[in-house]
Design a protein around this ligand. Structure first.
Ligand code: GRE
Ligand code: ZN
Length: 340
């Protein structure tokens, strides 16, 4: 393995497409114009070639080698849109693809389970299978299921199982409801509208509100050790930590935990390929260096910026090691006793 920066890098939001599940994922139905606005032929960011997205073998590894990515934590795409009658079977197939890649290259790949949340009992079973039998290191969920956040009571068995298995939940961006898109993001050129309601802003505002719903529903009072990973430097939330506690103190919410406390003890953030030093500085100031993980969001973003970002960051060598791999190793060790 080439050592571009000489430092081990573990990347947490690294995707692949399972062709068998892609047709049922319904992305365009939740994000009108998505397929066109993100088509590779447009030459805009976040539009990898389909074969790059599918590859779990030599091409992916060669790119990791060329750019110093030691380990990718793999995840499939957008299982939350899957119809209930096919969700369990399709997510099982997607997770088996990730498991096969990990089995072929255990030093280079780990995996997050995608879950058939449309069928919460099946999601609990699939999470348990993935962690206990396949050695997965957590789960990644793409936003709402059937319009509902994970704070809805029907999903509480999933959160309970994540906490019991001591594995993290990566809460990944996903489209807002169509009514939100229509009221907030419509009326521009179709490509601008489709990208505004997704990768530019809509996905991130949606993920922030999703996490706030988990907090306000008391999920972290009930599961004080549950760990949630937020991409894109915390999906806007680090900027509002103290504002949220001022507006929603425990005497208003009835919660035991403040929002600042939850952000500092239950949340990890990743860059998701946003190589912005000021964002890193701010997250370190608000959350602490131990709460920063690393992610590229490959292949939606290229691996090439990763090692240069870490190496040029205004951090000590010890802090760079924590961000690149040390925090990851400590987090993943929490659930390791469950793994086969
Ligand atoms: C992602 O999962 O991060 C993603 C998509 C589709 C387009 C861009 C992107 O699923 O970053
Ligand atoms: Zn992603």
């Amino acid at each position: 393995m080439s050592e571009v920066g000489g430092r081990r890098i573990i990347a947490f939001e690294e995707h692949f497409l399972d062709p068998a599940a892609a047709g049922s994922a319904g992305f365009d139905a939740r994000s009108p114009g998505f397929a066109e606005a993100f088509h590779p032929s447009r030459g805009l960011p976040y539009a990898p070639a389909p074969e790059t997205l599918r590859d779990l073998g030599e091409g992916r590894l060669a790119d990791m080698d060329a750019h110093g990515i030691s380990v990718q934590v793999l995840s499939g795409l957008h299982a939350q849109n899957l119809p209930i009658d096919v969700a369990a079977g399709l997510t099982r197939g997607t997770n088996d693809l990730a498991a096969a890649a990990v089995a072929r290259h255990p030093e280079r790949f780990a995996a997050f389970a995608v879950l058939p949340t449309a069928d919460p009992a099946a999601a609990v079973a699939e999470l348990t299978r993935c962690v206990e039998e396949l050695g997965f290191v957590g789960a990644l969920v793409h936003g709402r299921t059937g319009g509902e956040f994970l704070s809805a009571s029907r999903f509480s068995p999933i959160l309970e199982r994540l906490a019991a298995l001591r594995v993290p939940l990566y809460l990944h961006p996903a489209p807002p409801p169509l009514a939100t898109s229509a009221s907030n993001y419509d009326g521009f050129d179709p490509v601008v509208t489709a990208r505004l309601q997704t990768a530019a802003w809509g996905w991130h505002a949606e993920t922030a509100v999703h996490f706030l719903n988990l907090y306000l529903a008391g999920v972290f009072d009930r599961h004080p050790a549950l760990q949630v990973i937020l991409g894109h430097w915390g999906e806007l939330l680090p900027f509002y930590m103290e504002r949220i506690d001022e507006a929603l103190p425990p005497r208003a919410t009835g919660l035991e935990r403040t929002f600042v406390d939850v952000m500092r003890r239950n949340v990890f953030v990743t860059p998701s390929g946003m190589w912005t030093q000021a964002n890193l500085d701010y997250c370190v100031a608000m959350l602490g260096i131990e709460r920063i993980l690393f992610a590229v969001d490959y292949p939606f973003l290229p691996n090439d910026g990763a090692a240069p970002f870490i190496e040029s960051a205004r951090l000590t060598g010890i802090e760079k090691d924590l961000v690149a791999h040390g925090n990851a190793e400590r987090l993943l060790a929490r659930g390791a006793h469950r793994r086969a």
